[in-house]
Design a protein around this ligand. Sequence first.
Ligand code: SF4
Length: 279
Amino acid sequence: MKAKDYRTTLEPVWCTGCGDFGMLKALTQALSDLEVPVEKLAVVSGIGCSSRLPGYIRSYAFNSVHGRALPIATGVKLARPEMTTVVVGGDGDGFSIGLGHIPHCVRRDVDLTYAVLDNGIYGLTKGQASPTTDPDLKRELGLAGATERPLNPVLMLLGSGCGFVARTHAGNLPHLRAMLRAAIEYPGFAFVHVLAACITYQPNSYAESLWKRCSMVPDDHDPTSFGKAIELARAERFMLGVLYRRPPEEKPATAGPEGEHSAGIWPPVAAASESVFPV
Ligand code: SF4
């Protein structure tokens, strides 16, 4: 199937230029690359602008309740382990109300791809601060502004023991497509942090400054090194690429039938011998 064959006839209602369009396009391309049959595909989301995405993809689609996409996708995987299951959503849905579900999904190592389109704002409800809002960003809504330190989602997922962690930008379609493809192929819980800007509720300068803060991970980066992944996650710049991919030999033996996965392991074996948090 070609990428366009994964689209429904519904027209997206996103603002022209929103990063959600990039996510939609790259996801259909990745699914086409992997030749995922639509009857074996489930796309699950919570609530928010990017969570409208399941309606635009030919699949079993579930636009669920706020912050509950991961438990619902876990249920899909429990009932139908053969389904390629992709969870999409935004930073508000995933890192605020839905945050508590992430480490548990990670420790169970549910074979899902979780792609979070992180624009650092609640776009659907007109621009309130989210858990990843840049405190330097002036906003019109919110009584006190964003005074709290933002979450670092990549560091958080690594710290939870996630076996696949990547970061990309919604405006770089080939890279986004490659990251989604690698995440879907990964046999376990895979997290893709997708940077974006909200062109309606953030100033144009925000999108520009976001691009300027991005760098590709170095060519010689070893994604199986947990310590190096932590270093990249803590960098001042947003490092794009596969930051961490747990080596296959560190996966526990599968307890269920072939193709299913039992719980993940923590801490990664490599971490024990590396200085992860320098003193
Ligand atoms: S409000 Fe922002 S996040 Fe929502 S569709 Fe428009 S540009 Fe995208």
